[in-house]
Each structure stands twice: as structure tokens, then as C-alpha cells.
Design a protein around this ligand. Structure first.
Ligand SMILES: [Zn+2]
Length: 325
């Protein structure tokens, strides 16, 4: 399995600044990669119904929650999925007690600064470290604190951050075995979602439809590049296929990730989920009745626009969600 190779590589690259493993094993992290508005909250919830998975949500925002620091993408800020504010949540308090004041796990900022992480990964993998210093310590330290607070080390953490820069950074850290899942949704659905005027009510700026199409292409291509550079093959997941046949997609994930996600009543399992997650779509706070594709975009954009934008994004969607040979 490709991930074992990456774990071996991580152990070889240990530089002594961080503990290398928990009980001699690397910390295993399922990382949902891709772009926003692609259904990662729903997929993350489904994966997290596995008894051997501990969900974290969009972990990239941890320090914003911890210190009640506003961020434009946090539309229901500071609230843990257990119902209380993260700084007051018993689980997160137990984690924070084991950590320094700031954790430096956030990869955020301009697109340029995020693309720079891909360059750093290239330098790291080619053995020419230097120039831009990479801090290898914090993520492993935070994950170890979480496992310690949780009281079990034989679980897989699930991080739905999606961000390719964060993925690149995780791949450079000793003692972390990344199990990537690349989630891709129809570009037209994603672009429509980003361009909706209703985003203004959430304090977010609507994005132009075609700009969102280009970003969908760029972000997913960069995600693919990061995975290719690291030699990892992600489990590809199509949002549409997941909605059509969740059990089949979850069975595939079980065989590829070593999880035991129940597949007979997925909405019921999600409703029963008790977790301490941060970030993500606010649908995570509502009880789910069924898994159904959000296909409102099909009636909301013109047939011509749907056809033209589908010409160049459709083949990419198929390519990125194709099962590896
Ligand atoms: Zn909580």
C-alpha cells in the first residue's frame, strides 16, 4: 500500500525535533483533500461513523476556535459539534492543556503563499531542504495530544481541511502517515455555490461563476500534483457517486483505508454520531434525513452555460475520480 511507503519515508526523515510516533507507530490521519463546497462535511461525517475513526473537522482552523479569533470562513464560529464553544468543550480543553499557547498548524493566507508550500514539498522530497524553513513539529504534537486526551492510540484521525498547502505540509512531517481521499464534485455545482448571492447574508463575498470554475481546476490540479510528488495515491471520491450510492463508496473507503464504516444505514449512523469537530458546513448541526445530491444548480444556471462549462471540466472530473488501475 502506498501509504506504508510514505510512513517509512517519514520515519527516515525524522530530525529529532518532534516525537516520532505514538507507541512506535506513526499517527494515521485520513485527510480529505479537494476544494470547498464539494461535500467534505458530509463525507467526513460518514467516514467518522467508523468506530476506529476520530473526527476533527476542518482542523486547519483550530487556533481560530481556540482563541475565538474571527475568520471569514467561519460562519458559525467557535462552536464545537458537541454544542458548546470550543474553548469551553471538555474534550478540547483536555487537548489544549497538553499544548503550548499557539500551535502553528494553520496554513492560510494568499494563494501565492499556499502555492509556496508545494514548492517546499518539492525541495523537501528532493532532499534539498533549506531556504524556506519548515517547522516539522506542531501538527504531530497536536495529534499526539488529541490521541492522549481521547485515551486511545489505535484510531485514525479524520481531518477535512481539504487545503493542498496543509496536505503538502503534513507530508513533510515525521511520524504522520497521511491517508488521502481526493473528493471532487461537479465543477458547475461548486462554481454555482460559490457565486450565490445568498453568501452575502453569511458575510461572504459571492465569486464570479467562471472564476470559481478556474479555481476548481487549479486547486484540484495542485492537490493532484502534491499527491503525485509524494508518491501517494489518494482514494478518489466523486460527490455525485457518493450521493447516488453511499454504501458502495464507503465499502471502497473501508477496503482502502482500513476503516470499518457501517454501510447499511448511513444517515442513521451520522445522526447518532457524537463528535468534537470544528469548521465545515453548518449542515453538520442539523439532523440528516437522507443522503441526497444537492443538484439545485441544474435549474439555476442556463443550459448553454452548463454545457460550455461542462466541456472542459467534465473530463477533469472523470479523470480525478477514476479508480486507480
Ligand atoms: Zn466538543
Amino acid at each position: 500500500m502506498a501509504t506504508a511507503t510514505q510512513a517509512d519515508k517519514a520515519e527516515e526523515k525524522t530530525d529529532g525535533t518532534a516525537p516520532d510516533s505514538v507507541g512506535g507507530k506513526p499517527v494515521r490521519v485520513i485527510f480529505i483533500a479537494g476544494w470547498g463546497h464539494s461535500g467534505s462535511t458530509l463525507l467526513g461525517q460518514a467516514i467518522s461513523t467508523a468506530p476506529n475513526v476520530l473526527p476533527l473537522g476542518e482542523f486547519i482552523f483550530l487556533d481560530f476556535y481556540r482563541h475565538r479569533r474571527p475568520h471569514p470562513k467561519l460562519v458559525r464560529p467557535f462552536e464545537c459539534t458537541c454544542g458548546v464553544q470550543v474553548p469551553d468543550c471538555d474534550f478540547w480543553r483536555a487537548v489544549f492543556q497538553r499544548l503550548p499557547e499557539d500551535t502553528n498548524i494553520v496554513v492560510d493566507g494568499s494563494n501565492r503563499s499556499r502555492i509556496l508550500w508545494v514548492y517546499r514539498l518539492m525541495r523537501y522530497l528532493s532532499g534539498r531542504r533549506g531556504g524556506d524553513a519548515v517547522s516539522p513539529g506542531d501538527d504531530h504534537r497536536v495529534f499526539t495530544a488529541i490521541l492522549d486526551a481521547h485515551g486511545a492510540t489505535d484510531v485514525l484521525l479524520c481531518d477535512t481541511s481539504k487545503d493542498f498547502a496543509r496536505l503538502a505540509r503534513l507530508l513533510m512531517m515525521p511520524g504522520i502517515e497521511v491517508l488521502p481521499v481526493h473528493l471532487v464534485r461537479d465543477a458547475r455545482a461548486v462554481a454555482f455555490s460559490y457565486s450565490k448571492k445568498s453568501r452575502v447574508h453569511l458575510g461572504l463575498k459571492p465569486m464570479g461563476f467562471y472564476k470559481a470554475l478556474w479555481l476548481w481546476t487549479g486547486v484540484n490540479a495542485l492537490t493532484r500534483l502534491v499527491l503525485r510528488l509524494s508518491g501517494l495515491s489518494a482514494v478518489p471520491v466523486s460527490y455525485e457517486r457518493f450521493c447516488q450510492d453511499p454504501a458502495a463508496v464507503l465499502r471502497d473507503l473501508n477496503s482502502r483505508l482500513g476503516t470499518n464504516i457501517p454501510t447499511d444505514d448511513v444517515p442513521g449512523a451520522i445522526r447518532a454520531l457524537v463528535s468534537h469537530e470544528i469548521g465545515g458546513n453548518t449542515v453538520r448541526f442539523k439532523p440528516i434525513a437522507e443522503i441526497r445530491e444537492d443538484s439545485g444548480w441544474r435549474n439555476a444556471i442556463s443550459a448553454g452555460r452548463a454545457r460550455v462549462s461542462g466541456w472542459f471540466t467534465g473530463p477533469l472530473h472523470r479523470l480525478w475520480t477514476r479508480a486507480p488501475r
